[in-house]
Design a protein around this ligand. Structure first.
Ligand code: FE2
Length: 480
């Protein structure tokens, strides 16, 4: 059975194509339209998918990641009249519409290695649910089954709280939460501020922000205390679910909080879906139709570019050894917000000046640290990692053991470590680059950041490669 999953209409639209238990394609609209967080499925993405992935004897079934009419009841209740009564095409083009949190849960469970689990979903808002938990299992036919255990409903929302904080400190809500998270490491605990936030989270509808409600405070302290409160609340959710004695699968936009993830899941059997925001629910919606456990050894499912040749890999390492940054656009694009080596900008992580160099290229805020990509077998020597976490998707911030990779070490001595295993050679060139780099330098790590022009989505195709090279004068290797 071939199924198309759609997530669109709010922010960061995406399409996923499933054929039984196999992901044929999964990609973000923004990478094709070049409009950051494009909320609609653009023509370029539709064209790329149609024909290439939708073939077969029967027309594909189409699944949508939420229930638009139920969402409208919430919008009308919340006084968002314009959105609630907007004249726009609704669900008629979809064969199925699934509950927003159920789509998150399906992506997390059916991509996980578990056959019996509880799902924890935490986001800003779906239709009405903002937090939910689900019992997930497969029946004797191997079809996924979901039973809802519990939920918290709008307007109480941890995700909306974090976005309101992001807005309060002058950043873009629903987009720049990761900067708030990075900024938190620079702040200090403030008891009154923390308690005021706790009160707001429990009793106030934060959908329209909290600009006036909080006392005057520095942005870094606001970020620190908001992060700390978020971690505390999440710990409560996780502890409650451990009572079921099953692994936890975790999704929803709040699961992108890699600082919280690093602290909460050290000792727990779990799986965090690598694309846990709404874009990832395109895959979740399709999975609810196929019902099968999905084969997922990686998250490279987008626009296809060939891998690099052996000669190109050597050239890449030559440039890295000369102390320069170098771009890679090879293999299928990442499905998810992190560059995992197929659309990445790399450089030597051992000197501080390289951090400044990449910051200059990317013109980004000092608050946001860069990630280290490391040969998996070396990770334990440099980072405090645990066997309970899979570090292949940059989902956990962990303490560093050494100062060796100073350009990827945050102010609190942590790093969002990315391990690269040797089974990725068929889908990514990063492992070969790291191996060659290690052979020549004895360093198993590279600084890895996403390959994008500031304010634009990640590089997708050959045209973007040229645009990036022209804009920054940085060589990008692409075998297209
Ligand atoms: Fe969501």
């Amino acid at each position: 059975m071939r199924v198309l999953g759609f997530s669109e209409g709010y922010h960061d639209a995406a399409v996923a194509v499933l054929h039984n238990d196999e992901i044929l394609f999964a990609g973000h609209s923004e990478r094709f339209s070049k409009k950051k967080n494009d909320k609609n499925i653009c023509n370029e993405l539709s064209k790329y998918v149609q024909g290439r992935y939708t073939g077969g004897l029967l027309p594909p079934r189409i699944a949508f990641y939420e229930r638009p009419f139920i969402k409208r009841t919430r919008q009308i209740w919340a006084g968002q009249w314009k959105k609630g009564f907007e004249r726009r095409r609704l669900s008629y083009k979809y064969d199925y519409c699934f509950a927003h949190h159920l789509s998150h849960a399906a992506a997390a469970f059916q991509c996980s290695p578990f056959t019996d689990a509880v799902a924890l979903i935490v986001d800003a808002i779906g239709e009405w649910d903002t937090v939910s938990s689900w019992r997930c299992s497969y029946d004797k036919n191997g079809d996924a089954q979901y039973v809802k255990l519990d939920s918290i409903r709008y307007p109480t929302s941890l995700g909306l709280f974090y976005s309101a904080i992001t807005d309060r400190i002058g950043l873009k809500p629903m987009e720049e939460e990761y900067i708030t998270m990075g900024m938190a490491a620079f702040g200090r605990p403030k008891l009154k501020l923390y308690n005021d936030m706790k009160e707001l989270l429990a009793h106030k509808n934060l959908h329209r922000g909290m600009r006036r409600e909080l006392p005057k405070e520095t942005n870094v302290n606001i970020a620190y205390n908001a992060q700390s409160l978020t971690e505390g609340v999440l710990r409560g959710f996780v502890n409650k679910l451990t009572k079921y004695g099953r692994p936890i699968v975790y999704g929803g936009g709040v699961a992108l909080n890699s600082v919280a993830n690093g602290k909460l899941f050290k000792k727990i059997d779990h799986y965090i879906f690598p694309n846990p925001g709404d874009a990832g629910s395109a895959l979740g919606a399709a999975a609810l139709v196929t019902k099968k456990q999905i084969k997922t050894d990686h998250m490279f499912h987008g626009y296809h570019l060939p891998l690099l040749s052996v000669g190109q890999i050597k050239e890449v390492v030559d440039i890295l050894q000369a102390g320069e940054a170098v771009g890679i656009a090879a293999g299928k694009a990442e499905f998810g917000p992190r560059a995992l080596g197929n659309r990445s900008l790399l450089c030597d992580p051992r000197t501080k000046k390289n951090k400044d160099m990449v910051n200059k290229i990317k013109k980004r805020q000092l608050y946001r640290p860069f990630a280290p990509s490391i040969l998996k077998e070396h990770a334990d020597a440099y980072f405090e990692i645990t066997s309970k976490c899979d570090y292949s998707y940059m989902q956990y911030v962990v303490p560093t053991k050494t100062r060796d990779f100073i350009a990827t070490r945050h102010v609190d001595k942590s790093a969002r470590v990315h391990t690269v295993s040797d089974d990725l050679n068929e889908v990514s060139s990063l492992r070969s680059i790291l191996e060659c780099w290690y052979e020549r330098t004895g360093c198993p790590t590279l600084l890895n950041t996403s390959l994008n022009i500031r304010g634009k989505p990640m590089v997708n195709d050959e045209k973007d490669v040229n645009a990036f090279e022209e804009e920054y004068g940085v060589k990008v290797f692409c075998n297209g």
